[in-house]
Design a protein around this ligand. Sequence first.
Ligand code: DSN
Length: 411
Amino acid sequence: MLKDVDNEIYTALINEEEKQRNTIDLIPSENIVSKNVLKLMGSIFTNKYAEGYPGKRYYGGCKFIDEVENIAIKRACILFGAEHANVQPHSGSQANMSAYFSVLKPGDKILAMDILSGGHLTHGFKINFSGIFYQSVFYNVDKETETIDYEQVREIALKERPKMIVCGASSYSRIIDFEKFYDIARESGAYLLTDIAHIAGLVVANLHPSPVHLADFVTSTTHKTLRGPRGGLVLCRREYSHKLDSSIIPGIQGGPLMHIIAAKAVAFKEAMTPEFFEYQKQIINNCQKLCVELKKRDYRIVSGGTDNHLFTIDLRNKGLKGNECERTLEKVGIITNKNLIPYDPQPPAITSGLRIGTPLATSRGMKENDMELIAEWIDETLKNRENEKILKDIAKKVRRFAREFPIYPTS
Ligand code: DSN
């Protein structure tokens, strides 16, 4: 028993389980996997080395491993309508790295959304590998609308002539117009990489336009709205399949995590069901309702609202900072994360924003009326942040409420 062998880790596990049950988690990149996905992540597939690809491994004994990876690849292609899929990236960062390595050389130029506007570390941030290996130039959201200014992207692309344009974000609540990015990439002679890590589930459910028929490479994580195991995925056109596969192994990875690939296969199957479509619709409904309820309470939302699973609150009119709100909300059992707002005057460790998302709460079965309650608790908590007694009362209510929603409603 784990408890007897390693009581410290056992205790942390039990505490984390309890915390997950007792809190409302509004971090937009987190979710709860099904029991089957969870089971495979802890399965004996982890015992097997399988460097290479199905039918071309550097190890014997891969018969069943090959079956698993072939199924995962086939399902990923069907799910997204892709010509080729690689299911081996250990993470979204490695998915992006492999897409860059497929067609770029060190020193090439990439154009991506600035992290200050909602982009990701691996989109050319100066101290990330992507900013170290490549020359990065950035586009930002418009100061007024706080949405992507496609004309600005076009102008920068034509002036800078990047080898690759990257679109997709970690904190952007509006529909991304992949057609426009495609046109800009064509006009400026750049490859197009779309990183759909956050919105993959919405794309599968047709609730966000798909970039798959437009982009040269589509990268994703599998654990956010897609609700699979923690990991990465790359889709591309058949013409890049060899380059992509060899950029993953031998390029940047060794042995694939076969227990994770098996879990990805199951998650892809789950994502093909009508229930998954309903789930994605509910994520958006919940997110929009929570946004409206917070606006009623005079919270300013970046870009004025949301079309997807997340939004960012601009806390400046309340005289608050992201870090203190994250801390205070955690005290009552509401888990969020501080986030930069566009053109944020605060540094990343403080921030003027709080990022909020509904994929995990929706997986637990929460609906629009629950969002009203949550908005009220967020507001009451932030208004009474100095009042320990009120915070304790809210914490009790949050705990009671959270426990009404089991962790595994979908399995
Ligand atoms: N860390 C992820 C997120 O929270 O958006 C992106 O990698």
